[in-house]
Ligand binder design. Sequence first.
Ligand SMILES: [Zn+2]
Length: 194
Amino acid sequence: MPIRLDWGMAACIYCCAPSESGDHVPPKGLIRPVRRVNLWRVPSCHGCNGGASRDEEYFRLMIIGALCHTPEADELFDGAISRSMDKCPAKESALFDSFDVDPQGRPVLAWDPKPIARIAVKIATGLAHAMGEAPPPQRYRIALEEAEGRGDHTRWAPDFSFTHSACTWELWFFDSVRIMIGPADLQQHPPADS
Ligand SMILES: [Zn+2]
């Protein structure tokens, strides 16, 4: 007797494996706690959901901890981020070891761009899914800059906003840092109006 298998399930939006959980967009650890109703969740496998946590820690340390200087970012830094560093002193070293000086003696931040890029693209992919828009392109370019304000961007949560046009996404954290993700030929974005 022929066996027939026929069932439906959601696919992980990141890797297409069967979904096993809901992944928060953006990851909850990157912003101060928000009301549940504000959280977007997208289908995700366990690997893609939990597997990014080290990258998220690094992102949080480097972007929120080192670059965002608003009282709101300080609040997150003094709370969850500091607790995480207390538990694992290696994280604290990672942050302070990343401060360097350039040949002119100015302080610069030396970091590993790969985990930052992975998290930024993951967030943009999640936003695209939640909004029914096209995800970031396969070949992308990422630019990050300190920037004040958020312009007329979609306010998703008090500490995070975003906008997109065509294949280009802009993510804003704590009105302090803007990350742009676009096609590999993305031109340098003009400075924000001040
Ligand atoms: Zn997956």
